[in-house]
Design a protein around this ligand. Structure first.
Ligand code: ADQ
Length: 417
Protein backbone atom coordinates (compact mmCIF):
# COMPACT_ATOMS: atom_id res chain seq x y z
CA UNK A 1 0.00 0.00 0.00
CA UNK A 2 2.97 2.24 0.72
CA UNK A 3 3.79 3.09 -2.89
CA UNK A 4 0.32 3.04 -4.34
CA UNK A 5 -1.04 6.21 -5.85
CA UNK A 6 -4.63 6.70 -4.79
CA UNK A 7 -7.33 8.86 -6.33
CA UNK A 8 -10.60 9.28 -4.45
CA UNK A 9 -13.85 9.98 -6.24
CA UNK A 10 -16.82 11.14 -4.19
CA UNK A 11 -20.19 10.63 -5.87
CA UNK A 12 -22.18 13.66 -4.81
CA UNK A 13 -24.74 14.07 -7.55
CA UNK A 14 -27.66 12.31 -5.92
CA UNK A 15 -31.01 13.99 -5.83
CA UNK A 16 -32.24 12.71 -2.46
CA UNK A 17 -35.93 12.57 -3.40
CA UNK A 18 -36.82 10.73 -0.19
CA UNK A 19 -35.35 13.56 1.89
CA UNK A 20 -37.73 16.16 0.51
CA UNK A 21 -38.32 18.96 1.46
CA UNK A 22 -34.75 19.13 2.85
CA UNK A 23 -33.42 18.56 -0.67
CA UNK A 24 -35.77 21.02 -2.32
CA UNK A 25 -32.98 23.37 -3.28
CA UNK A 26 -29.83 21.58 -2.20
CA UNK A 27 -28.14 18.32 -3.19
CA UNK A 28 -28.44 15.51 -0.67
CA UNK A 29 -24.74 15.61 0.28
CA UNK A 30 -25.21 19.29 1.20
CA UNK A 31 -28.04 18.64 3.65
CA UNK A 32 -27.05 20.01 7.10
CA UNK A 33 -26.37 17.43 9.77
CA UNK A 34 -25.79 17.50 13.54
CA UNK A 35 -25.82 21.24 14.03
CA UNK A 36 -22.71 22.21 12.15
CA UNK A 37 -21.94 19.66 9.42
CA UNK A 38 -23.10 18.82 5.91
CA UNK A 39 -23.59 15.15 5.05
CA UNK A 40 -20.61 15.14 2.69
CA UNK A 41 -18.27 16.09 5.57
CA UNK A 42 -18.36 12.49 6.83
CA UNK A 43 -17.11 10.93 3.57
CA UNK A 44 -14.53 13.68 3.05
CA UNK A 45 -13.28 13.50 6.65
CA UNK A 46 -12.88 9.73 6.33
CA UNK A 47 -10.83 10.14 3.16
CA UNK A 48 -8.67 12.89 4.61
CA UNK A 49 -8.16 11.03 7.91
CA UNK A 50 -7.15 7.99 5.83
CA UNK A 51 -4.35 10.16 4.48
CA UNK A 52 -5.73 10.66 0.95
CA UNK A 53 -5.07 14.04 -0.58
CA UNK A 54 -6.22 13.72 -4.17
CA UNK A 55 -9.98 13.90 -4.11
CA UNK A 56 -12.55 14.79 -6.74
CA UNK A 57 -16.18 15.39 -5.90
CA UNK A 58 -18.61 14.78 -8.77
CA UNK A 59 -21.65 17.02 -8.44
CA UNK A 60 -24.74 17.49 -10.50
CA UNK A 61 -28.16 18.13 -8.97
CA UNK A 62 -28.73 21.55 -7.36
CA UNK A 63 -25.08 21.76 -6.58
CA UNK A 64 -24.77 25.45 -5.71
CA UNK A 65 -24.74 25.11 -1.92
CA UNK A 66 -22.62 21.95 -2.16
CA UNK A 67 -20.03 23.66 -4.35
CA UNK A 68 -19.93 26.62 -2.01
CA UNK A 69 -19.48 24.39 1.02
CA UNK A 70 -16.65 22.47 -0.64
CA UNK A 71 -14.82 25.51 -1.91
CA UNK A 72 -15.15 27.38 1.40
CA UNK A 73 -14.44 24.44 3.70
CA UNK A 74 -12.37 21.86 1.93
CA UNK A 75 -9.22 23.48 0.70
CA UNK A 76 -5.75 21.97 0.76
CA UNK A 77 -2.49 23.66 0.09
CA UNK A 78 -1.62 22.75 -3.50
CA UNK A 79 2.07 22.73 -2.61
CA UNK A 80 2.39 18.95 -2.49
CA UNK A 81 -0.04 18.25 -5.32
CA UNK A 82 -2.96 17.96 -2.88
CA UNK A 83 -6.45 18.87 -4.02
CA UNK A 84 -10.14 18.49 -3.38
CA UNK A 85 -11.83 19.48 -6.61
CA UNK A 86 -15.55 19.83 -7.02
CA UNK A 87 -16.36 18.85 -10.60
CA UNK A 88 -19.79 19.65 -12.03
CA UNK A 89 -21.41 17.48 -14.72
CA UNK A 90 -18.92 17.64 -17.58
CA UNK A 91 -21.23 17.29 -20.55
CA UNK A 92 -18.23 15.60 -22.11
CA UNK A 93 -20.43 13.41 -24.25
CA UNK A 94 -22.96 15.44 -26.20
CA UNK A 95 -25.10 17.73 -24.13
CA UNK A 96 -26.47 15.34 -21.55
CA UNK A 97 -25.98 15.44 -17.83
CA UNK A 98 -24.71 12.42 -15.95
CA UNK A 99 -27.11 9.54 -16.07
CA UNK A 100 -26.26 6.96 -13.44
CA UNK A 101 -23.29 7.15 -11.12
CA UNK A 102 -21.11 5.11 -13.55
CA UNK A 103 -21.82 7.67 -16.24
CA UNK A 104 -20.60 10.36 -13.86
CA UNK A 105 -17.28 8.53 -13.70
CA UNK A 106 -17.25 7.91 -17.46
CA UNK A 107 -17.73 11.60 -18.15
CA UNK A 108 -14.89 12.39 -15.77
CA UNK A 109 -12.38 9.84 -17.05
CA UNK A 110 -10.00 12.64 -17.92
CA UNK A 111 -9.54 13.19 -14.17
CA UNK A 112 -8.34 9.60 -13.79
CA UNK A 113 -6.08 9.90 -16.85
CA UNK A 114 -4.57 13.09 -15.41
CA UNK A 115 -3.98 11.69 -11.92
CA UNK A 116 -2.59 8.31 -13.12
CA UNK A 117 -3.54 6.45 -9.95
CA UNK A 118 -2.96 2.75 -9.22
CA UNK A 119 -6.10 2.59 -7.13
CA UNK A 120 -9.38 4.48 -7.34
CA UNK A 121 -11.55 4.70 -4.24
CA UNK A 122 -15.18 5.55 -5.04
CA UNK A 123 -17.45 6.58 -2.18
CA UNK A 124 -20.96 7.91 -1.72
CA UNK A 125 -21.55 11.21 0.01
CA UNK A 126 -24.55 10.68 2.18
CA UNK A 127 -23.75 8.36 5.06
CA UNK A 128 -22.79 8.93 8.68
CA UNK A 129 -19.85 6.78 9.77
CA UNK A 130 -16.14 6.64 10.39
CA UNK A 131 -13.99 4.44 8.19
CA UNK A 132 -10.28 4.01 7.61
CA UNK A 133 -10.07 3.34 3.88
CA UNK A 134 -6.42 2.27 4.14
CA UNK A 135 -7.58 -0.94 5.80
CA UNK A 136 -9.97 -1.61 2.93
CA UNK A 137 -7.25 -0.99 0.35
CA UNK A 138 -4.93 -3.40 2.13
CA UNK A 139 -7.60 -6.10 1.97
CA UNK A 140 -8.23 -5.24 -1.69
CA UNK A 141 -4.57 -5.59 -2.64
CA UNK A 142 -4.26 -8.82 -0.70
CA UNK A 143 -7.29 -10.33 -2.47
CA UNK A 144 -5.74 -9.81 -5.90
CA UNK A 145 -9.24 -8.97 -7.23
CA UNK A 146 -9.96 -5.95 -9.43
CA UNK A 147 -12.84 -4.55 -7.37
CA UNK A 148 -13.73 -4.56 -3.68
CA UNK A 149 -17.10 -3.55 -2.23
CA UNK A 150 -17.48 -2.50 1.40
CA UNK A 151 -20.23 -4.48 3.09
CA UNK A 152 -22.18 -3.96 6.29
CA UNK A 153 -24.90 -6.05 7.92
CA UNK A 154 -28.39 -4.55 7.76
CA UNK A 155 -31.80 -5.74 8.97
CA UNK A 156 -33.77 -7.72 6.40
CA UNK A 157 -36.60 -5.15 6.47
CA UNK A 158 -34.33 -2.76 4.55
CA UNK A 159 -33.31 -5.09 1.76
CA UNK A 160 -35.08 -3.02 -0.93
CA UNK A 161 -32.88 -0.01 -0.21
CA UNK A 162 -29.47 -1.57 -0.74
CA UNK A 163 -27.24 -3.54 -3.04
CA UNK A 164 -27.11 -7.08 -1.63
CA UNK A 165 -23.82 -8.97 -1.47
CA UNK A 166 -23.73 -12.75 -1.50
CA UNK A 167 -20.39 -14.45 -1.05
CA UNK A 168 -19.03 -17.76 -2.31
CA UNK A 169 -19.54 -20.39 0.39
CA UNK A 170 -16.16 -21.19 1.91
CA UNK A 171 -14.61 -18.09 0.36
CA UNK A 172 -16.22 -15.17 2.18
CA UNK A 173 -13.99 -12.63 0.45
CA UNK A 174 -15.27 -13.22 -3.09
CA UNK A 175 -18.67 -11.97 -4.18
CA UNK A 176 -20.77 -14.66 -5.78
CA UNK A 177 -23.81 -12.56 -6.54
CA UNK A 178 -24.65 -8.86 -6.27
CA UNK A 179 -28.21 -7.65 -6.70
CA UNK A 180 -29.12 -3.99 -6.54
CA UNK A 181 -32.16 -3.35 -4.34
CA UNK A 182 -33.94 -6.71 -4.66
CA UNK A 183 -37.36 -7.44 -3.15
CA UNK A 184 -36.01 -10.27 -1.02
CA UNK A 185 -32.84 -12.19 -0.30
CA UNK A 186 -31.72 -15.08 1.88
CA UNK A 187 -30.54 -14.18 5.38
CA UNK A 188 -26.96 -14.66 6.51
CA UNK A 189 -26.16 -18.20 7.70
CA UNK A 190 -25.36 -17.01 11.24
CA UNK A 191 -28.10 -14.34 11.33
CA UNK A 192 -31.18 -15.08 9.18
CA UNK A 193 -32.73 -11.63 9.87
CA UNK A 194 -29.80 -9.79 8.37
CA UNK A 195 -28.12 -9.53 4.99
CA UNK A 196 -24.83 -8.03 3.83
CA UNK A 197 -25.51 -4.62 2.26
CA UNK A 198 -23.20 -2.69 -0.02
CA UNK A 199 -22.17 0.58 1.63
CA UNK A 200 -21.77 2.15 -1.81
CA UNK A 201 -18.01 2.41 -1.18
CA UNK A 202 -15.67 0.69 -3.62
CA UNK A 203 -11.96 0.19 -4.25
CA UNK A 204 -10.79 -0.55 -7.81
CA UNK A 205 -7.60 -1.21 -9.66
CA UNK A 206 -7.62 1.97 -11.74
CA UNK A 207 -7.11 0.26 -15.11
CA UNK A 208 -9.92 -2.23 -14.48
CA UNK A 209 -12.34 0.53 -13.48
CA UNK A 210 -11.54 2.60 -16.57
CA UNK A 211 -12.00 -0.39 -18.89
CA UNK A 212 -15.26 -1.40 -17.25
CA UNK A 213 -16.74 2.09 -17.30
CA UNK A 214 -15.86 2.49 -21.00
CA UNK A 215 -17.39 -0.88 -21.81
CA UNK A 216 -20.53 0.05 -19.85
CA UNK A 217 -20.84 3.36 -21.72
CA UNK A 218 -21.25 1.42 -24.98
CA UNK A 219 -24.01 -0.78 -23.59
CA UNK A 220 -27.30 0.84 -24.46
CA UNK A 221 -29.24 -1.49 -22.17
CA UNK A 222 -27.23 -0.34 -19.13
CA UNK A 223 -28.47 2.23 -16.59
CA UNK A 224 -24.82 3.22 -16.16
CA UNK A 225 -25.08 2.76 -12.45
CA UNK A 226 -22.26 1.64 -10.13
CA UNK A 227 -24.46 -0.63 -7.99
CA UNK A 228 -26.78 -1.74 -10.78
CA UNK A 229 -24.26 -2.37 -13.55
CA UNK A 230 -20.55 -1.93 -12.82
CA UNK A 231 -20.31 -4.04 -9.66
CA UNK A 232 -22.47 -6.88 -11.10
CA UNK A 233 -20.18 -6.91 -14.18
CA UNK A 234 -17.08 -7.37 -11.99
CA UNK A 235 -18.93 -10.08 -10.04
CA UNK A 236 -19.84 -11.92 -13.25
CA UNK A 237 -16.14 -12.12 -14.10
CA UNK A 238 -15.23 -13.40 -10.64
CA UNK A 239 -13.31 -10.16 -10.06
CA UNK A 240 -15.15 -8.64 -7.09
CA UNK A 241 -14.46 -9.11 -3.40
CA UNK A 242 -16.10 -7.83 -0.25
CA UNK A 243 -14.53 -5.92 2.62
CA UNK A 244 -16.41 -6.42 5.87
CA UNK A 245 -16.87 -3.05 7.58
CA UNK A 246 -17.02 -4.87 10.94
CA UNK A 247 -13.24 -5.34 10.60
CA UNK A 248 -12.52 -1.63 10.27
CA UNK A 249 -10.90 -0.14 13.35
CA UNK A 250 -10.81 3.56 14.17
CA UNK A 251 -8.70 5.07 16.95
CA UNK A 252 -10.42 6.59 20.00
CA UNK A 253 -14.17 7.08 20.52
CA UNK A 254 -16.78 5.05 22.38
CA UNK A 255 -16.94 1.30 21.91
CA UNK A 256 -20.49 1.80 20.57
CA UNK A 257 -18.93 3.62 17.59
CA UNK A 258 -17.42 0.49 16.18
CA UNK A 259 -19.31 -0.54 13.05
CA UNK A 260 -21.64 2.48 13.21
CA UNK A 261 -22.93 3.29 9.73
CA UNK A 262 -26.18 5.02 8.89
CA UNK A 263 -27.73 5.60 5.53
CA UNK A 264 -29.67 8.82 6.04
CA UNK A 265 -31.66 8.66 2.83
CA UNK A 266 -35.10 9.09 4.37
CA UNK A 267 -36.52 11.65 6.79
CA UNK A 268 -36.96 8.96 9.45
CA UNK A 269 -33.40 7.62 9.14
CA UNK A 270 -32.05 11.19 9.07
CA UNK A 271 -33.92 11.91 12.30
CA UNK A 272 -32.85 8.64 13.95
CA UNK A 273 -29.18 9.31 13.16
CA UNK A 274 -29.51 12.67 14.95
CA UNK A 275 -31.09 11.03 17.96
CA UNK A 276 -28.12 8.60 18.03
CA UNK A 277 -25.86 11.60 18.66
CA UNK A 278 -27.55 13.05 21.69
CA UNK A 279 -27.76 9.98 23.92
CA UNK A 280 -25.54 10.39 27.03
CA UNK A 281 -23.36 7.59 25.61
CA UNK A 282 -23.96 8.22 21.93
CA UNK A 283 -23.71 5.45 19.37
CA UNK A 284 -21.73 7.88 17.21
CA UNK A 285 -19.16 9.97 19.04
CA UNK A 286 -18.73 13.39 17.44
CA UNK A 287 -16.20 14.19 20.16
CA UNK A 288 -13.61 11.63 19.05
CA UNK A 289 -10.87 14.01 17.97
CA UNK A 290 -8.54 11.19 16.99
CA UNK A 291 -10.70 10.78 13.87
CA UNK A 292 -12.19 14.26 13.57
CA UNK A 293 -15.14 15.10 11.39
CA UNK A 294 -14.14 18.36 9.74
CA UNK A 295 -16.44 21.14 8.69
CA UNK A 296 -16.56 24.89 8.38
CA UNK A 297 -17.05 26.83 11.58
CA UNK A 298 -18.68 30.20 11.18
CA UNK A 299 -17.41 33.00 13.33
CA UNK A 300 -20.13 33.10 15.98
CA UNK A 301 -20.25 33.90 19.68
CA UNK A 302 -20.61 31.01 22.17
CA UNK A 303 -24.02 29.53 23.03
CA UNK A 304 -25.80 31.29 25.88
CA UNK A 305 -28.42 30.07 28.38
CA UNK A 306 -30.06 32.79 30.46
CA UNK A 307 -33.04 33.61 32.67
CA UNK A 308 -35.59 35.87 31.03
CA UNK A 309 -36.98 39.04 32.63
CA UNK A 310 -39.46 36.96 34.66
CA UNK A 311 -36.57 34.82 36.00
CA UNK A 312 -37.62 31.81 33.88
CA UNK A 313 -34.45 29.76 33.30
CA UNK A 314 -33.22 29.01 29.77
CA UNK A 315 -32.15 25.36 29.66
CA UNK A 316 -31.17 22.51 27.34
CA UNK A 317 -30.69 18.87 28.39
CA UNK A 318 -29.81 15.73 26.47
CA UNK A 319 -29.19 17.97 23.49
CA UNK A 320 -26.38 19.27 21.33
CA UNK A 321 -26.29 23.02 20.91
CA UNK A 322 -24.30 24.97 18.32
CA UNK A 323 -22.45 28.26 18.52
CA UNK A 324 -24.40 31.49 18.55
CA UNK A 325 -27.50 29.88 20.11
CA UNK A 326 -29.43 31.92 22.70
CA UNK A 327 -31.89 30.10 24.97
CA UNK A 328 -33.59 32.68 27.12
CA UNK A 329 -36.30 31.42 29.46
CA UNK A 330 -37.11 28.49 27.12
CA UNK A 331 -36.64 24.75 27.55
CA UNK A 332 -35.02 22.32 25.12
CA UNK A 333 -34.83 18.57 25.59
CA UNK A 334 -33.58 15.69 23.45
CA UNK A 335 -32.89 17.92 20.47
CA UNK A 336 -30.25 19.09 18.04
CA UNK A 337 -30.03 22.88 18.08
CA UNK A 338 -27.90 24.29 15.26
CA UNK A 339 -25.92 27.49 15.01
CA UNK A 340 -27.64 30.80 15.62
CA UNK A 341 -30.98 29.40 16.87
CA UNK A 342 -32.98 31.37 19.43
CA UNK A 343 -35.48 29.91 21.91
CA UNK A 344 -37.52 32.50 23.81
CA UNK A 345 -39.40 32.62 27.11
CA UNK A 346 -41.82 29.82 27.91
CA UNK A 347 -41.10 28.06 24.63
CA UNK A 348 -40.56 24.28 24.73
CA UNK A 349 -38.70 22.18 22.21
CA UNK A 350 -38.45 18.40 22.52
CA UNK A 351 -37.17 15.53 20.36
CA UNK A 352 -36.58 17.87 17.43
CA UNK A 353 -33.92 19.06 14.99
CA UNK A 354 -33.59 22.83 14.58
CA UNK A 355 -31.33 23.93 11.74
CA UNK A 356 -29.39 27.18 11.50
CA UNK A 357 -31.02 30.40 12.65
CA UNK A 358 -34.42 28.89 13.49
CA UNK A 359 -36.44 31.17 15.82
CA UNK A 360 -38.71 29.68 18.45
CA UNK A 361 -40.66 32.61 19.83
CA UNK A 362 -42.39 33.14 23.16
CA UNK A 363 -44.57 30.26 24.34
CA UNK A 364 -44.21 28.26 21.10
CA UNK A 365 -44.04 24.47 21.33
CA UNK A 366 -42.15 22.10 19.03
CA UNK A 367 -42.12 18.32 19.30
CA UNK A 368 -40.79 15.64 16.94
CA UNK A 369 -40.20 18.14 14.16
CA UNK A 370 -37.39 19.02 11.79
CA UNK A 371 -37.25 22.75 11.14
CA UNK A 372 -35.05 23.71 8.21
CA UNK A 373 -32.93 26.89 8.18
CA UNK A 374 -34.50 30.22 9.14
CA UNK A 375 -37.88 28.74 10.09
CA UNK A 376 -39.82 30.89 12.54
CA UNK A 377 -42.34 29.49 15.02
CA UNK A 378 -44.29 32.60 16.10
CA UNK A 379 -45.48 33.23 19.67
CA UNK A 380 -47.85 30.56 20.97
CA UNK A 381 -47.71 28.46 17.74
CA UNK A 382 -47.16 24.71 17.85
CA UNK A 383 -45.56 22.37 15.37
CA UNK A 384 -45.13 18.60 15.50
CA UNK A 385 -47.61 18.10 18.34
CA UNK A 386 -50.57 17.38 16.12
CA UNK A 387 -49.48 15.58 12.94
CA UNK A 388 -52.94 15.87 11.38
CA UNK A 389 -52.91 19.65 11.77
CA UNK A 390 -49.42 19.79 10.26
CA UNK A 391 -50.54 17.66 7.33
CA UNK A 392 -53.48 19.96 6.70
CA UNK A 393 -51.10 22.89 6.79
CA UNK A 394 -49.28 21.25 3.88
CA UNK A 395 -46.16 20.11 5.72
CA UNK A 396 -44.45 16.80 5.10
CA UNK A 397 -45.42 14.41 7.90
CA UNK A 398 -43.83 10.97 7.85
CA UNK A 399 -45.68 7.76 8.67
CA UNK A 400 -43.96 7.79 12.05
CA UNK A 401 -45.42 11.24 12.71
CA UNK A 402 -42.41 13.50 12.17
CA UNK A 403 -43.17 16.95 10.77
CA UNK A 404 -40.74 18.73 8.45
CA UNK A 405 -41.01 22.48 7.94
CA UNK A 406 -39.19 23.79 4.85
CA UNK A 407 -36.51 26.48 4.80
CA UNK A 408 -37.46 30.11 5.54
CA UNK A 409 -41.04 29.24 6.42
CA UNK A 410 -43.07 30.97 9.11
CA UNK A 411 -45.22 28.34 10.85
CA UNK A 412 -48.86 29.25 10.48
CA UNK A 413 -48.39 30.78 7.00
CA UNK A 414 -49.48 28.84 3.93
CA UNK A 415 -46.42 26.68 2.98
CA UNK A 416 -47.28 26.98 -0.71
CA UNK A 417 -46.94 30.74 -0.73
P1 ADQ B 1 -28.11 4.60 -3.80
O1 ADQ B 1 -27.62 5.55 -2.77
O2 ADQ B 1 -29.58 4.45 -3.95
O3 ADQ B 1 -27.46 3.14 -3.58
P2 ADQ B 1 -27.32 6.25 -5.98
O4 ADQ B 1 -28.60 6.99 -6.02
O5 ADQ B 1 -26.64 5.90 -7.25
O6 ADQ B 1 -27.47 4.90 -5.20
O7 ADQ B 1 -26.33 7.11 -5.07
C1 ADQ B 1 -25.01 6.68 -4.73
C2 ADQ B 1 -24.13 7.90 -4.53
O8 ADQ B 1 -23.88 8.44 -5.81
C3 ADQ B 1 -24.76 9.01 -3.72
O9 ADQ B 1 -23.76 9.63 -2.93
C4 ADQ B 1 -25.28 9.97 -4.77
O10 ADQ B 1 -25.23 11.31 -4.26
C5 ADQ B 1 -24.31 9.77 -5.90
N1 ADQ B 1 -24.84 9.87 -7.26
C6 ADQ B 1 -25.93 9.29 -7.79
N2 ADQ B 1 -26.06 9.59 -9.09
C7 ADQ B 1 -25.01 10.37 -9.39
C8 ADQ B 1 -24.58 11.04 -10.57
N3 ADQ B 1 -25.22 10.92 -11.71
N4 ADQ B 1 -23.47 11.80 -10.50
C9 ADQ B 1 -22.76 11.90 -9.36
N5 ADQ B 1 -23.12 11.32 -8.22
C10 ADQ B 1 -24.22 10.56 -8.23
C11 ADQ B 1 -26.03 3.02 -3.49
C12 ADQ B 1 -25.59 1.69 -4.10
C13 ADQ B 1 -26.18 0.53 -3.31
C14 ADQ B 1 -25.75 0.68 -1.85
C15 ADQ B 1 -26.22 2.04 -1.31
C16 ADQ B 1 -25.72 2.29 0.10
O11 ADQ B 1 -25.99 1.62 -5.46
O12 ADQ B 1 -25.73 -0.70 -3.83
O13 ADQ B 1 -26.31 -0.37 -1.07
O14 ADQ B 1 -25.66 3.09 -2.12
O15 ADQ B 1 -26.38 3.40 0.63
Amino acid sequence: MRDLKILSIVLAGGEGKRLQPLTHDRAKPAVPFAGSYRLIDFALSNLVNSGFREIVVLTQYKSHSLDRHISETWRFSSLLGNYIASVPAQQRVGKRWFQGSADAIFQSLNLIYDARPDIVVVVGADHVYRMDFRQMIEAHVESGLAATVAGVRQPMAQVKQFGVIETVPGSPATIDRFVEKPDTTAGLPDSPDEFLASMGNYVFDARALVDMVIEDSRDESSNHDMGGNIIPAFVERGQAGVYDFAHNVIPGGHSTDHGYWRDVGTIDSFYDAHMDLIAPVPSFDLYNLRWPIFTRQHVLPPAKFVHDVDRQPGRAVDSIVGAGVVISGGYVEGSVVSQGVTVDSLAAVSSSILMDRVRIERGARVHRAILDKNVVVPPGETVGLFPEVDRRRGYTVTDSGLTVVPKNHVVGDDPHE
